[in-house]
Write a protein that binds this ligand. Structure first.
Ligand code: NAD
Length: 258
């Protein structure tokens, strides 16, 4: 089993959903955790502490480069290093391009893409100094294929896949790796909102709306679990994955095999 004893992981957007699930798996493997995000912070911190991890939360807004810098300073003050960086914070907004709110476009590009540039540039010097690091970008199937109504999200996730490849090339001769995980539908608040919108729009029951959303895209007919994504992230942290570089690892119930 991979042990992360003595390592410190920063997971952006880790107060709920996939980020919290990944943080939990990394904490269980022995890592110290820096959580980030909004909402029920106390519940997230106690979930991670219950795994026996040292944990802190930083409320940096991923739209703000200065706040991201402050988060790294606080992380280094507390733990001395960031060894594992999981760029996970993300939001969604669904509308056709003609009516897409420009403010929402800017927020999605800032949170889902630009924040990963800022965290990566801040994490790399320390990782290079120790010649070990893992950068894991939580992209999406939407980093590989498109869906109507998701222009900003698809553009940001394709951008994040591009950033993954460049980061992997710039670190290729070092002990630092960078890879992307590309999940299909995971039942989190981000997807629950899409199910609720679909149920309202088409007068469906919650169960029928859920089945319709999955049925349109995900051949397995099942949601991917945050825990499965956490275990994929843990595998990418292991010595076995030291030469996995610039990969886009789909975990999508067959979505992109079609
Ligand atoms: P979620 O809504 O459950 O969690 C999002 C997290 O990001 C929360 O912790 C939230 O507080 C945080 N966040 C939002 N805005 C922020 C900001 N400005 N600054 C800092 N933190 C902020 O969503 P999720 O489904 O767990 O999504 C997590 C990531 O996984 C996202 O990047 C999303 O695009 C990606 N993803 C999700 C799915 C899915 O089906 N749920 C599929 C593929 C990829």
């Amino acid at each position: 089993m991979t042990t992360l004893n003595g390592k410190t992981a920063l997971v952006t957007g880790s107060t709920s959903g996939i980020g919290l699930g990944i943080a939990q798996v990394l904490a269980h493997a022995g890592a110290n955790l820096i959580l980030n995000g909004f909402g029920d912070v106390d519940a997230a911190v106690s979930t991670i502490a219950s795994e026996g991890a040292e944990v802190m939360h930083h409320p940096a807004d991923m739209r703000n480069a200065e706040a991201i810098e402050a988060m790294f300073t606080a992380a280094r003050d507390r733990f001395g290093a960031v060894d594992i960086l999981v760029n996970n914070a993300g939001i969604q907004h669904v509308a056709p391009i003609e009516t897409f709110d420009p403010g929402k476009w800017d927020d999605i590009i800032a949170i889902n893409l630009s924040s990963a540039f800022h965290t990566t540039r801040l994490a790399l010097p320390g990782m290079h100094a120790r010649d070990w690091g893992r950068i894991i970008n939580i992209a999406s199937v939407h980093g590989l294929v498109g869906s109507a109504g998701k222009s900003a999200y698809v553009a940001a996730k394709h951008g994040l896949v591009g950033l993954t490849k460049v980061t992997a090339l710039e670190t290729a001769k070092t002990g630092v790796t960078c890879n992307a995980i590309c999940p299909g539908f995971v039942l989190t608040p981000l997807v629950q909102k899409q199910i609720d919108d679909l149920a309202r729009r088409d007068g469906l029951s919650p169960g029928d709306a859920r089945a319709r959303l999955l049925g349109e895209k995900q051949p397995s007919g099942q949601f991917v679990s945050p825990e499965a994504l956490g275990n994929l992230a843990l595998m990418l942290c292991s010595p076995l994955a030291s030469e996995v570089r610039g990969a886009t690892w789909a975990a999508d119930g067959g979505w992109t095999a079609q």
